[in-house]
Design a protein around this ligand. Structure first.
Ligand code: SF4
Length: 346
């Protein structure tokens, strides 16, 4: 029988596990501590559980820690890890070390349904939602996990399209029984889905980044089909109902495409759209991907764009680009090839 993973379970779920096995209620917290604090990889190591209870657990469960099956290292120190998440399914997670922090870009789905024009994951199509276990395992089994300071849910997939499992994983990351991280260390990035955005804002305190990419609905629709279902103007109107002026940060991601959305006309439209919203904008350089007729704007144009927005009161940064040489930068994650070649990899 295929054993079920304990890793990724919330405390409430662990309480159910111990109850169903006839174990005392306090064992749930003990198991959480072994999983998320001591990070054991075997139930045998849970030494404050009786042998009998470890035996009962092992009949149905395993820890479920699964090391990445491959890694690619960039010249800039970024490392792209490949995790197997099921029969023929793979996801990537990207470790990005910087001087004062180390961030992991985590995936939430195998592929993605959103089909953004500029994204390789979108071209791959959708294969499966990740479970909370598969999301947490990207962190727990990361070779550099003790160095991690931040997590961004910006890898493969649209997190709001898999919100139940993503919220469970975020709970494990932030709860005192889990990793106990401040929600300020975690950012969820989304195209903005009608179903999910409100729930995420109300049920989580993590930072939010909205993929904006164009303030003009018709153009945004061409870049991001999700615009048809929930337009950027509706997204911004919804966000206006919440207070982002305190601990929680709201940012907008804006890939600057040459000759498409890089003129000051667009900067002016952005100012109009976001007037009165407490937020920042991150400008992102576009990384060319096969079969897509888009080019990235040059640095001079991006700097002028940034300076215009900043001088009009909208805090704007140019995000540094990492891991381009190993296809680990924004919009470049895809495991389609691995799926094709699964027989060779496993
Ligand atoms: S950019 Fe994000 S939402 Fe869009 S296709 Fe890629 S993974 Fe999906």
């Amino acid at each position: 029988m295929q054993k079920r993973p304990l890793l990724g379970l919330t405390l409430a779920e662990l309480q159910n596990v111990v109850k169903n096995l006839g174990m005392p209620g306090f064992s749930a917290k003990q198991i959480a501590s072994w999983l998320y604090d001591k990070k054991v990889i075997s139930i045998d190591d849970m030494s404050n559980l009786s042998l009998k209870h470890r035996g009962l657990l092992k009949e149905i469960y395993e820890v479920g820690a699964e090391a990445p099956m491959d890694a690619m290292r960039s010249v800039d120190g970024t490392v792209k890890y490949l995790y197997r998440t099921g029969e023929g399914h793979f996801v990537e997670a990207v470790y990005i070390p910087e001087e004062d922090r180390a961030t992991l870009c985590v995936s939430s789905q195998v592929g993605c349904k959103m089909n953004c024009k500029f994204c390789m994951t979108g071209k791959q199509g959708f294969a499966a939602n990740l479970t909370s276990h598969q999301i947490i395992n990207q962190i727990s089994s990361l070779p550099e996990r003790e160095k991690l300071t931040n997590v961004v849910m910006m890898g493969m997939g649209e997190p709001l399209d898999n919100l139940d499992e993503v919220l469970k994983a975020l709970e494990v990351m932030t709860a005192s029984y889990g990793y106990g991280w401040s929600p300020k260390r975690i950012t969820l990035s989304s195209v903005g889905l009608r179903k999910g955005l409100k729930r995420f804002i109300e049920e989580s305190d993590c930072h939010l980044a909205i993929s904006l990419h164009s303030p003009v609905p018709l153009q945004r629709r061409d870049l991001m089909p999700a615009e048809k279902a929930f337009s950027i103007t509706e997204i911004v109107e919804l966000l206006r109902n919440y207070d982002f002026s305190k601990q929680r940060r709201l940012s907008f991601e804006y890939i600057v495409f040459k000759g498409v959305n890089d003129s000051l006309t667009y900067a002016k439209e952005l100012l109009k759209l976001l007037r009165g919203v407490d937020c920042r904008i991150n400008l992102i350089r576009f990384h060319a991907i096969p079969d897509v007729d888009l080019e990235g704007a040059d640095m001079e144009t991006m700097t002028a764009f940034r300076d215009y927005l900043t001088s009009h009161g909208l805090f704007t940064t140019i995000r540094s680009s990492r891991g381009e040489d190993i296809f680990a930068a924004c919009g470049m994650l895809s495991t389609a090839k691995q799926e094709e070649n699964k027989g060779k990899l496993i």
